[in-house]
Design a protein around this ligand. Sequence first.
Ligand SMILES: C[S@@+](CC[C@H](N)C(=O)[O-])C[C@H]1O[C@@H](n2cnc3c(N)ncnc32)[C@H](O)[C@@H]1O
Length: 469
Amino acid sequence: MVKLPSEYQEKYLKLLGPVEGQKFLDSIDAKVQKGFRLNPLKANYQEVAYDLSKPTPHVPTGYIGSVSGRSLEHQTGYVYSQDISAMYVAQVADAQPGEKVLDLCAAPGGKSTQLAENMANQGLLVANEINRKRAAILAENLERAGAFNTIVLNESPQNLASVFPGYFDKIVVDAPCSGEGMFRKDHDAIKYWHADYPAECAVLQKEILTETMQMLRPGGTLVYSTCTFAPEENEQIVAWLLERYPYLELVPIKRFAGMDAGRPDWANGNPDLTKTVRMMFHHFQGEGQFVAKLVDTRMPEVAAKPQKKKKAKGKRTNHIGLSGQQFDLWQDFAQKSGLKLEISKSDLRLSGDYLYWYHKDWPDISRLKFMRPGIMLGVFKKNRFEPSYTLALALQPEQIERVLEVTKEEWQAYVAGNTLTLTQRHPVGWYLLVCEKKPFAFGKVVDLTVKNFFPKGLRFIGLLNNQEL
Ligand SMILES: C[S@@+](CC[C@H](N)C(=O)[O-])C[C@H]1O[C@@H](n2cnc3c(N)ncnc32)[C@H](O)[C@@H]1O
C-alpha cells in the first residue's frame, strides 16, 4: 500500500467527495499500464517485433504494452515508450505539416517526437528545454525519431520570447508541475509533495505562460498540459489565462472513455472549463494528465505588428560559412555514398567543425543557446568528413545508394562498439548500416571490415529478442 500525505488525502476527499475521493486515493495501488508509440516518420514503421494487438483509441500510433530501451526498434526510433495519457497532449495539439510549432518544456521529448511525427518533417519544430542535461536527452530522442525539421534549444522562456515574438502557429506548454499524476508510477515523487507545492508551481506556470503568450501568433493555438491533478495548476491556470487574455477561447477536446471533463467548480465557475480534459487514476487507464487547448481569436492582420529584427548582441560565432574545401568534402561524401537528399549550399551551416542542415527561411537563433542548430549532417576532421549518427537515423534506406544490410547479431556487436567483418568486398567508404530494414548508424568499409563509428556515449548491449531478462 502506497502511503499518501494526509493533507493530500484530505484535499481530494473534499474535492471529489468521500466516495469518489476514496476510489481515487485507492487507485494509487492499481497496476501501472505502460504504453508506446510507433513512428510514422520511418518507412515500414509498423514492422516491429512488439505486440500491436492493443491500440489506444485516442492516439492512432499509440499502443498499450512495454518496449525495451535496448531493442533495435527503440534504438532506431521506431518505438517511443510513453504513458498512454501523456500521448494525448500532442494528439490534441494536432500539429500539421508546414506549421511553426514550439514545444517549450520539451525534455525528454515525448511530446516533441510526436509533434515532429505529425508534422511529417515539414515546417519547423522548435523543441526547447531549460535544463541542459535534459536538453541533451531531448536532442537524442529527436535524433532517433529521425526528426528533420527540428531545432533543439536550451533556453529560458524569457530569452525565447525575445527572439520569437508572435512567431508560432502552435505552442505546447507541458509545464513543470507538482507531478501528482506520476505518484503511481514513481513513488519517490510523493516525497516532494507538500500542501503549498501546487500553489508554488502555479506561480512558475503563470510566469512561463506570460512569456509563451508573447510568442503565439494571432490566430495561433496554445496547448497547456500538466501531469498533476491539482486544480491550482490546471483549471485555475486556464481560468487565469482566459481572464488575462480575453481573446483566448477554449476549444473543446474530445473525451474518450475514461477521460473526465475539467471542473469549473474547482476554479472560477467558468463553464467553458468543461472543454478541458482530465485523466484521473480511478477512471482512465494511463497516469494522471490534464490538457487544455486554447485558440487566439484575434485576426492575424489586425493584431500582427511588424517585428523589427533585433540586432544580435556580441559576436555571432555559431554560424559561419563553409570553406570551399569543406564544401567539396561534403559533396564528395554525398556523391560517393549516393545520397539522394536535396540540400542546397545555402542551407548548409557550420558550427565549430560540425556541419548542419539549416533551412534558410528558418529564424536566426544565433543569440540563443542551442543543442542542435538544425540537423547535424556530420563533422569535419582534418581533411575528411564523417557523416553523423543523426543523419543515419533520419534517412530512409532508399535515400542513399550505399546501404549495408546486417544481421541482428551484427547490429548487437556494432552498437556495443565492435567492428564487423564482411564476407564480400565492397568499395571503400561510408555505408548506411541497416538491420531488418531499419537504419541504425553509418559505418566505414575498409577492406573486409566495417569500422565502428557508433557514438561512444550511446553504445549499449542490444537485445536480440526484445525480452529484458
Ligand atoms: C513535464 S516536463 C516536460 C515533459 C516533456 N514535455 C515530455 O513530454 O517528454 C516539464 C519540463 O519543464 C522544464 N522546466 C522546469 N522549469 C522550467 C522553467 N522555468 N521554464 C521552462 N521549463 C521549465 C523541466 O526541466 C521539465 O523538463
